[in-house]
Design a protein around this ligand. Structure first.
Ligand SMILES: Nc1nc2c(ncn2[C@@H]2O[C@H](COP(=O)(O)OP(=O)(O)OP(=O)(O)O)[C@@H](O)[C@H]2O)c(=O)[nH]1
Length: 348
């Protein structure tokens, strides 16, 4: 019997209440505060979000802290989200949601996408008419692809090489750099050049639910040690099965059991511990990396429909109150640690 035809994937993933829900680091807060002080010199903000999680990778902090500047939203890593009719429909839905803010879907390797971003930048810069040039800032969650986009825009715009470091783990950029030229000045029109400022990725103070944390972790927005790799691989398997369980056919038949798949992968790829026991954690990390590189199917983790956007936006109020609750809880925990240190009972 064809197991692929009879296989029934899970339609619900269990809530993992014990997962950490915060990852707001010192350099995130410092970066955001510096961005705020520089805002008056900025003509346009490029806000990057991850195409695979268009709703979940929106950081409300950017709305709150960087308001009052023109903005363009760029959904990065579009190549990892799949194409076809579904993509056209979802782009329309997202654009409608973001309207009147300009929204662009991009892959850092697509010349067409880069040109579209550059055209928008040039139009917007011409409108602000600064002879000394215009200054842009690129912001977004950690690992969303800001530095890669900056390098790609520079390559496409002025034909120059890499200016910013990039990497597969979050937190490669920790400080705001100096402006990098991405468009030359135009002597015929008198328009100045366009300079883009890279910034450190900023995580949200508090993630609204455990599933959102799994999505952010899977897309690489938090370090791979924060959420147990087995949970991440299990959540990934849940999504892979909903799209095409055939993609892991070389390892095992369709399954809802992450341990079964990981064990088969470990044996086939030689990820074994002493005594030949499969190393499930190392294999989970390898499986996640394969998906991040587009090898286990290309699809979104967020549901994008007018209804899900409505649910997301109606939950924003509670999200903002969770942010203030998280801040209060953070301050209270710091005070408790201080009291414990003073009384000599600290147990950190
Ligand atoms: N497939 C694909 N990968 C991308 C794209 N953009 C970036 N990446 C990859 O995503 C990872 C993170 O990219 P970075 O540019 O370092 O991300 P960042 O937002 O600057 O990261 P922080 O330093 O944490 O702020 C790297 O492994 C990039 O190669 C894209 O459009 N498509």
């Amino acid at each position: 019997m064809n197991t692929l035809a009879t296989f029934i994937p899970r339609t619900v993933f269990p809530t993992l209440e014990s997962l950490p829900r915060s990852y707001y680091l010192g350099h995130h807060a410092a970066g955001l505060s510096k961005m705020r002080t520089m805002l008056s010199q900025i003509d346009l903000i490029i806000e990057c979000r991850d195409y695979r999680i268009p709703l979940t990778s929106r950081n409300p902090l950017f709305e709150e802290s960087l308001a009052g500047r023109e903005r363009v939203v760029v959904y990065t890593k579009r190549d990892l989200g799949g194409n076809g009719e579904d993509a056209v429909k979802r782009h329309t839905t997202i654009r409608h949601w973001q309207s009147p803010t300009k929204t662009i879907f991009s892959s850092h390797r697509s010349q067409k996408d880069l040109r579209q971003i550059l055209t928008h930048i040039k139009t917007s810069s011409a409108a602000c008419g600064a002879l000394t040039g215009s200054h842009l800032m690129i912001v977004g969650m950690p690992n969303v692809g800001k530095s890669s986009l900056l390098n790609a825009l520079r390559r496409e715009g002025v034909g120059k090489g890499k200016a910013a470091h990039t990497g597969a783990q979050p937190g490669v950029t920790r400080k705001i750099g100096t402006g990098v030229k991405i468009v030359e000045a135009d002597e015929t029109t008198g328009a100045g050049g366009v300079y883009l400022l890279d910034t450190p990725g900023v995580f949200m103070p508090y993630v609204p639910d455990a599933e959102a944390m799994l999505k952010l972790a899977l897309c690489g927005s938090v370090k791979d040690t924060i959420v147990p790799p087995f949970n991440l691989a299990d959540y990934l398997l849940f999504h892979v099965n909903l799209h095409d369980p055939g993609v892991y056919g070389e390892y095992c038949p369709p399954t809802n059991d992450a341990a079964e798949l990981l064990e088969a992968m470990a044996r086939k790829t030689g990820r074994l511990q002493k005594g030949g026991t499969p190393d499930l954690e190392a294999t989970a990390l390898w499986m996640i990396q394969r998906w991040r590189n587009g090898h286990l199917g290309t699809f979104l983790l967020d549901d994008v429909s007018p209804e899900s956007i409505e649910r997301y936006t109606s939950g924003e109020g509670s999200q903002n109150s969770s942010i203030s609750q998280a801040r209060k809880a953070g301050k209270e925990a710091a005070r408790a640690r201080q009291r414990a240190r003073r009384s000599g009972t600290a147990a950190e």
